[in-house]
Design a protein around this ligand. Structure first.
Ligand code: GDP
Ligand code: MG
Length: 162
C-alpha cells in the first residue's frame, strides 16, 4: 500500500474524526469516543475547539460553492467541536463504516449517524473519506506536536502479524 504522512509504522493509518456541534451539545462525545476505543483504534490526538470560518472553508474546500455551504458553515460554527485523530490498520475505511452515510436516513442502526441523528445537516460527526483526505484534514486541524506516537500495550492482542 502507498505510504503517506498519515500512515505510520506497521502499516497503520490515521483519520480525522470530529464530533460536530450538535454531537457536543447533545452530550454524545463520550459514546462516540467509546466506539473507536472498543473497536481497537488508538487515540493519538484530541482537542475541543471553536472552528473558524477559515478552517472550515479549507476543510470543506470541495463544498464551498454548494448552495448549502452557508448553512453548513453556520452549523459547524454554532458551538464547540471535538476533533480527534485515531490510528490503526484501515482506520479510514473502518471509521467511515462505523459513522455511516452522510444522510442519516440511509444509515444503519449501529452506526453513529444511524443511532444518533436524523438529518444530513445535523449528522453529529465527521470522518475523513480517504487516506489522502485524512492526511490533508489532520494537517489542517492539528499541529504536529499535538499528535502523540505512543505504544498501546494491547497491540499484540488487537493485531496478528501473518
Ligand atoms: P460526509 O463526508 O459524509 O460528512 O459528507 P460530505 O463530505 O459530502 O459533506 C460534508 C457535510 O456537509 C455533511 O456531513 C453534511 O453535514 C453536509 N452536507 C453534505 N451534503 C449536504 C446537502 O445536500 N445538504 C445539506 N444541508 N448539508 C449537506
Ligand atoms: Mg466528507
Amino acid at each position: 500500500p502507498r505510504r503517506t504522512q498519515s500512515s505510520v509504522a506497521g502499516g497503520a493509518e490515521r483519520t480525522l474524526i470530529a464530533v460536530k456541534p450538535d454531537g457536543v451539545q447533545r452530550r454524545h462525545v463520550g459514546q462516540i469516543i467509546q466506539r473507536f476505543e472498543q473497536r481497537g483504534f488508538k487515540l493519538v490526538g484530541l482537542k475541543m475547539l471553536q472552528a473558524s470560518d477559515g478552517l472550515l472553508s479549507q476543510h470543506y474546500c470541495q463544498l464551498v460553492q454548494k448552495p448549502f455551504y452557508p448553512n453548513l458553515l453556520h452549523y459547524m460554527t454554532s458551538g464547540p467541536v471535538v476533533a480527534m485523530v485515531w490510528e490503526g490498520q484501515n482506520v479510514v475505511q473502518s471509521s467511515r463504516r462505523m459513522v455511516g452515510p452522510t444522510n442519516p436516513v440511509e444509515a444503519q442502526p449501529g452506526t453513529v449517524r444511524g443511532d444518533f441523528s436524523l438529518h444530513t445537516s445535523r449528522n453529529v460527526v465527521h470522518a475523513s473519506d480517504s487516506v489522502e483526505g485524512a492526511q490533508r484534514e489532520i494537517q489542517l486541524w492539528f499541529e504536529g506536536k499535538e499528535l502523540l506516537n505512543w505504544d498501546c500495550f494491547d497491540h499484540s492482542l488487537t493485531y496478528k502479524e501473518d
